[in-house]
Design a protein around this ligand. Structure first.
Ligand code: FAD
Length: 425
């Protein structure tokens, strides 16, 4: 099967897999769980053995909850029984001038008592998803297998491990191997573009004071990091996830040393340094990339689909990527099912995946791109937070934007800010 000579030749027959998912993060697990629900078998491969860490803010939004509930309500209800997560009821924005605004997440009717979102360390959240996958007979889950390369064959793709051994030949590859995806870069030609990329750092701390009583996540918009932010997210064990996310273009243009910038905020920012007076870092500062969904890309092709960070689907304003990873995993599974029924995995059959994913996400991603641009103006940010503190209507509009796209759309409109500037309040 392999005749290019660059890889190891094998005399053993090549294992054939109908559908193979590379990466068992939220995107890959969602695809596997949805395929199982549709009665279709698949193989899920990850280079790590679970539990494994993932650099992240660990905030799982209401979107994560509702999408997982759509696959199987048992996923969230069994997570809620564990003590590894805490419910979050809202977000606190801190403007560059230091003024803050607490914005409760708007609740759906079925969320009257259930918190709209939660915070759960990724080592635990992803392990929970992996445990759900392990229970599914239709999913063959191979952990600790590092995929090194791919080769196009007549019927699909040949998959190689990092020692150039052939693992299998598959009819359909669902690529879910995250921000540094080898396949996305080399075979689907998705470039890493600084204007559509963000750099993030995370460190766990104990002893941070004044964590929010209702577990609101806290976003600090500081002049040096705009339109990115510094964050403090409370965790179930009393510790906090602390981090910083800055646009890659800004990082390279202004030659920002992100680690120094993070420590500088913790040690010198007037309000933040007081909260860290008795705090201690309990791991090292670690970074990872965030491929933003501010540009539409081709995310399907001949016998493959890209999902999650491999498809660059992170919200450009909030940095949220888990929900969109799950959504793309679910959509990929649905297309895989159609391809299996029709026995057609060609690019003509897979291309409807692009439409389906962007029909769900593109409007939201575009609005977020514009909000990100506006957040680059500190005076605008200060004005909105000042006015929202005085106006119930404005704070409710901001609260609603997390759930309601029309409201979010209002916020991206310059005339909204002009009206605000000249309003009496
Ligand atoms: C600093 C930071 C903070 C963030 N904060 C948040 C937040 O608070 N909330 C939020 O919603 N999003 C956040 N994000 C984004 C979020 O982490 C990602 O969008 C999300 O993890 C994407 O899921 P995924 O399944 O596509 O990829 P991943 O979660 O990255 O999973 C990819 C999987 O592929 C496996 N893999 C990789 N290479 C190979 C290989 N060669 N062979 C086999 N397996 C492989 C990996 O081991 C991993 O398990 C943050 C990101 C960063 C960097």
């Amino acid at each position: 099967v392999c005749d290019k000579g660059k890889k190891n030749q094998q005399s053993l027959p090549v294992v054939e897999m109908n559908i193979c998912i590379i990466g068992a993060g939220p995107a890959g697990c969602a695809a596997a769980l949805q395929l199982d629900k549709l009665g279709i078998s698949c193989t899920l491969i990850d280079k790590s053995k679970f539990p494994r860490d993932k650099i992240c803010g660990d905030a799982e939004s209401g979107k994560v909850v509702s999408l997982l509930n759509r696959i199987d309500p048992e996923i969230i209800s069994s997570l809620e029984k564990k003590t590894i997560q805490i419910g979050s009821w809202g977000v606190k924005f801190v403007a560059p001038n230091g003024r803050s605004l607490r914005v409760p997440f708007r609740k759906n009717i079925d969320q009257a008592t259930q918190p709209p979102g939660f915070i759960c360390r990724r080592i635990d959240f992803d392990n929970h998803l992996a445990e759900c996958v392990r229970k599914k007979n239709a999913v063959q889950f191979l952990e600790g297998m590092n995929i090194g390369d791919y080769e196009k064959s007549k019927n699909g793709w040949i998959i190689y491990d990092d020692k150039k051994n052939i693992i299998a030949e598959t009819r359909l590859l669902i690529i879910a191997d995250g921000a540094h995806s080898h396949f996305a870069r080399h075979y689907a030609n998705l470039e890493q573009e600084p204007e559509h990329y963000c750099a993030g750092l995370r460190v766990y701390y104990e002893g941070v004071s004044d964590l929010d009583e209702e577990n609101f996540i806290e976003l600090f918009f500081i002049n040096k990091t705009l339109p990115g932010y510094f964050w403090i997210f409370p965790l179930s064990n009393g510790c906090a996830n602390v981090g910083i996310g800055v646009h890659s273009k800004k990082v390279s243009r202004e030659k920002i040393n992100l680690k120094k910038a993070l420590n500088d905020i913790i040690e010198n920012h007037p309000a933040i340094k007081l909260r860290f007076a008795n705090a201690k870092a309990i791991d090292s500062v670690r970074g990872y990339g965030l491929p933003l969904g501010s540009k539409k890309r081709k995310i399907s092709g001949d016998h493959y689909l890209l999902t999650g960070d491999a498809a660059s689907l992170i919200d450009p304003f909030t940095g949220e990527g888990i929900g969109n990873a799950i959504l793309s995993g679910i959509e990929a599974a649905k297309i895989a099912a159609t391809c299996t029924t029709k026995n057609d995995f060609s690019s003509t059959a897979t291309q409807v995946y692009d439409k389906n994913v962007y029909d769900h996400l593109w409007q939201e991603l575009q609005i977020s791109s514009q909000l990100k641009r506006l957040a680059g103006y500190p005076w605008l940010f200060n004005m909105v937070i000042n006015k929202a503190n005085k106006s119930k209507l404005l704070s409710e509009t901001i609260s609603g934007m997390f759930e309601d796209l029309d409201l979010r759309s209002t916020l991206k409109n310059p005339s909204f800010y002009l009206k605000l500037l000249f309003s009496k309040q």
